[in-house]
Ligand binder design. Structure first.
Ligand code: SR1
Ligand code: MG
Length: 419
C-alpha cells in the first residue's frame, strides 16, 4: 500500500540513520506486534511474522508486516525528517506524521469504509500502524488497465462531501474550528504544494521535468501573463482560505480500489484550506488518465475515456447532493438562509476547476508526473497526450468563473480530449 506518482532522478536517497528509525526487520515486527493488539486478533496471535518494505512513494518508508501465508497483515509507515527519495538536502517536518494519523482518524469518523483503519500513532518513532488494504490496487494501475470501477465516482463524491462538510464552518462550532485549524498547521507540506503545484510549472524552473517534444508548448504557457494572474489568485486562496480539512494530495496514487471498494490513503498533506482544492485535484486525476488514454492504445479507448469523464460527473453530482443535504442541517442560524448551500457549492466548483487546471499543468511540466502519461514510451506520442492536458488545464484555470455547471465543464473536457 503505497502512494504513487513518478518523480525524476531519484538517485540521491538518504543514507544517514536517524535515532528513532527502525533498525531492522525485527524492530518493525516488534513495533507492529506491540501496537496492534485487540484491533487485529489474528495478527496479534501470529507466531511467525515477516516484513517487506513496499514504499514506492516519494516521502516515507512503508512496510507490510504479515504472516508467511499473508493471512494476517498490517502496514507500518515511518517518516524521516526529509524527503525519502531526495535525502537530507530536502528537510521535512515530522509534524506531517501526526497530522496524517489525526486526519485518518477524522476521515474514519466521516466515512470509515473509505479509509484504512488507524491502529496506532507513535510520536517518538514518527510511525503509524494501520490496516493493510493489500486486496486493493493502486488506482493508477487500474486506470492504465482500463478497469471500469463502477462505484468510484460515488465513493469519491461521498468521501469529499463527508470530510469537507464535517470540517467546515457550517458543521463545526467556530471556536472548535479555530482549534482544529491550529492543530493542522502543516507548513512544510504546504510549501511543497505552493512551489510544485502553483509556481514551478508556470515558469522555466530547474525542478521541472519536461518532455523535449513539449518544450515549445511549455514556453508558450510561461509567457501567458493572464494565466499567471489567475494562478496567483488560486494560490492566494490556497494560502488564506481555511474552509475545511483537506486531504491535501488527492491524486490517483493516493487511492486504492477494488470493483466494490475504494480506500483513500496518505493524508500527510492535510491542512485547512479551500475545499475546492481536494475536489479539483481528484477530478484532474481522472482527466489526466483520460488524456493518457487518447494515446495509450490508438482507436480502442474511447469507451474508457467516456467512463473516466462519467466518473468526474458522478463524483460532482454525488458530492453536491450530499453536501447540500448536510448543509440544510447546519446549527448555525447565519448559514441557514435559503441559497447559502448553493452559494458554497458554486464557489467550490469554480475553485475545483481552477485547481484541477493547475494539477493538469503541474503533472505535465512539473517535478512529479503521473504513471498513466509516463507509460507512453514514445516521446512524440506522449507529447500529444500531454499537449491536451496542458491546453485543458489552461482553459479550466482561465474560464473557471464562467464554467458554472458540470455539463458545461464536460463539454470543454471532451473537446480537448477529441482535439
Ligand atoms: C517531493 S513530493 C512530490 C509530490 O509527491 C507528493 O505526493 C505530492 O503530490 C508532491 O507534490
Ligand atoms: Mg503521498
Amino acid at each position: 500500500m503505497t502512494a504513487q506518482d513518478t518523480l525524476v532522478d531519484t538517485s540521491a536517497a538518504a543514507t544517514t540513520l536517524v535515532a528513532y528509525q527502525f533498525r531492522d526487520d525485527a524492530d518493525v515486527i516488534d513495533f507492529a506486534r506491540q501496537h496492534v493488539g485487540d484491533q487485529h486478533p489474528a495478527f496479534a496471535q501470529a507466531t511467525l511474522l515477516q516484513v517487506e518494505e513496499i514504499g514506492d512513494g516519494n516521502i516515507n518508508y512503508v512496510y507490510r508486516v504479515c504472516t508467511p501465508d499473508h493471512s494476517a497483515s498490517v502496514i507500518v509507515k515511518q517518516g524521516l525528517p526529509w524527503v525519502r527519495i531526495i535525502g537530507e538536502s530536502w528537510p521535512l517536518s515530522l509534524v506531517r506524521v501526526r497530522i496524517e494519523a489525526e486526519t485518518l482518524a477524522f476521515e474514519a469518523e466521516c466515512a470509515a469504509d473509505l479509509v484504512p483503519a488507524l491502529y496506532h500513532f507513535d510520536d517518538a518513532r514518527s510511525a503509524i500502524v494501520m490496516e493493510d488494504i493489500g486486496d486493493h490496487r493502486n488506482l493508477r494501475h487500474a486506470f492504465i488497465d482500463r478497469e471500469p470501477l463502477p462505484m468510484l465516482g460515488q465513493h469519491m463524491g461521498r468521501f469529499l462531501a463527508a470530510t469537507l462538510y464535517r470540517s467546515s464552518d457550517l458543521a463545526l462550532d467556530a471556536h472548535d474550528k479555530k482549534v482544529r485549524i491550529a492543530r493542522f498547521i502543516n507548513p512544510d507540506q504546504c510549501k511543497i504544494t505552493e512551489d510544485l503545484f502553483f509556481f514551478d510549472p508556470f515558469c522555466d524552473h530547474e525542478r521541472n521535468s519536461i518532455n523535449p517534444a513539449l518544450r515549445p508548448d511549455a514556453e508558450a504557457l510561461w509567457s501567458d501573463q493572464q494565466l499567471k494572474v489567475e494562478v496567483a489568485e488560486l494560490k492566494l486562496r490556497f494560502l488564506s482560505a481555511p474552509e475545511a480539512l483537506l486531504h491535501g494530495d488527492l491524486h490517483a496514487g493516493s487511492i486504492f480500489v477494488r470493483d466494490d471498494s475504494t480506500k483513500i490513503i496518505d493524508p500527510e498533506f492535510a491542512f485547512f484550506g479551500p475545499a475546492g482544492f481536494d475536489i479539483g485535484s481528484w477530478m484532474a486525476g481522472l482527466w489526466l488518465a483520460a488524456c493518457a488514454h487518447t494515446e495509450l492504445e490508438a482507436g480502442a479507448n474511447n469507451a474508457y475515456i467516456e467512463q473516466l469523464c462519467a466518473h468526474a460527473t458522478t463524483s460532482w453530482e454525488t458530492f453536491s447532493a450530499l453536501y447540500h443535504a448536510q448543509a440544510l442541517t447546519t446549527d448555525d442560524a447565519s448559514f441557514a438562509a435559503a441559497g447559502v448551500a448553493e452559494r458554497c457549492l458554486q464557489r467550490m466548483l469554480s475553485d475545483a476547476i481552477g485547481y484541477a487546471g493547475c494539477e493538469l499543468v503541474r503533472r505535465t511540466l512539473g517535478l512529479a508526473h503521473v504513471l498513466e502519461l509516463e507509460s507512453i514510451e514514445d516521446g512524440e506520442v506522449r507529447a500529444r497526450a500531454e499537449r491536451r492536458a496542458l491546453a485543458l488545464g489552461r482553459e479550466l484555470i482561465l474560464d473557471r468563473h464562467t464554467l458554472t455547471n458540470m455539463a458545461a465543464i464536460d463539454v470543454v473536457i471532451r473537446r480537448h480530449l477529441a482535439s
